[in-house]
Design a binder for this molecule. Structure first.
Ligand SMILES: NC(=O)c1ccc[n+]([C@@H]2O[C@H](COP(=O)([O-])OP(=O)(O)OC[C@H]3O[C@@H](n4cnc5c(N)ncnc54)[C@H](OP(=O)(O)O)[C@@H]3O)[C@@H](O)[C@H]2O)c1
Length: 252
């Protein structure tokens, strides 16, 4: 399975690229930080490719996908993991923040997919987009409005791609809280957050039941992705949800 993982220099994308390689895939790892990518590719094993790509740039997306397709000999599967989620109340979210969030979380997904579609059509391949429970399973979390609205748009984008390309599998992967793996594979999603604001908002996330403290083991996420990607376009899987198992305390 010749697989391109976008957003593979850190967090869940890195865990996914390495985990899929361990399950036998030939992987190309894409993101902006080259050194991080090269280290991740070494961990993924011989033959894994590190290719720089900024999903906010049209040319960067096209050349990275073309390089991946040429060096892998084709593309069977694509995973889209990049997302940014600045922490800010909506009243403090300016137009530039909205643009940055949509550029990475939605338009970037469209750019990369457009570049990869000819390759995926040739192999009846599959694309999986990482989405969030906060866009579809829970009400919007205070402080993450722009991120959640962008993930709701991404969810619709997955359906729109499916409508235009029924020969390719498009799967929305709805993910619950997950710390990722160890070291660079640990999530950095909240790295830039204002900690005082986070402390103000987090009690509402907990009291409303949006977060329980339970986390998904990233390996379970990788196994679910592996099964969907291996099915190819002949196995239609519009949506998969992977959330933490409730603890015995929550559900005796
Ligand atoms: N962690 C969770 O609990 C959780 C829960 C639900 C959903 N998710 C979803 O899972 C995905 C991964 O989350 P994460 O926690 O692993 O985030 P993360 O640790 O912040 O990692 C984000 C990855 O995306 C890449 N990236 C960001 N901007 C990019 C750009 N412009 N071009 C190319 N790559 C870019 C980063 O690499 P570079 O900076 O090197 O480019 C990095 O590899 C996201 O879509 C997120 O919404 C996560």
């Amino acid at each position: 399975m010749r697989t391109v993982v976008v957003g593979a220099s850190g967090g869940l994308g890195r865990s996914i690229a390495i985990g899929l390689a361990q399950r036998g895939a030939d992987v190309a790892l894409l993101a902006r930080r080259r050194e991080r990518l090269e280290a991740a590719a070494r961990e993924a094993g011989p033959g894994a490719l590190a290719i720089e790509c900024d999903v906010t740039g049209e040319t960067s997306c096209r050349s990275a996908i073309d390089e991946a397709a040429s060096r892998l000999g084709g593309i069977d599967a694509l995973v889209y993991a990049p997302a940014i989620g600045p922490l800010a109340r909506l009243i403090d979210t300016d137009a530039d923040t909205w643009r940055r969030v949509f550029d990475t979380n939605v338009t970037g997904a469209a750019r990369i997919t457009a570049a990869a579609v000819p390759h995926l059509a040739a192999t009846s391949g599959t694309v999986a987009f990482l989405s969030s429970v906060s866009a579809s399973l829970t009400p919007p979390w205070p402080g993450l409005g722009a991120y959640i609205v962008s993930k709701a748009a991404l969810d619709k984008l997955v359906e729109a791609w499916r409508a235009e390309h029924p020969d390719i599998g498009f799967t929305r992967f709805v993910v619950g809280d997950c710390a990722g793996g160890e070291g660079d594979s640990r999530t950095e999603f909240n790295a830039g957050w204002d900690l005082e604001l986070a402390a103000e908002l987090a009690p509402a996330w907990v009291s409303r039941g949006y977060i329980s403290g339970s986390l998904i083991a990233v390996d379970e996420l990788v196994s679910a992705l592996d099964a969907v990607l291996r099915g190819g376009a002949s196995m239609s899987v519009p949506s998969v949800t992977v959330t933490p198992r409730p603890s015995a305390k929550e559900h005796p």
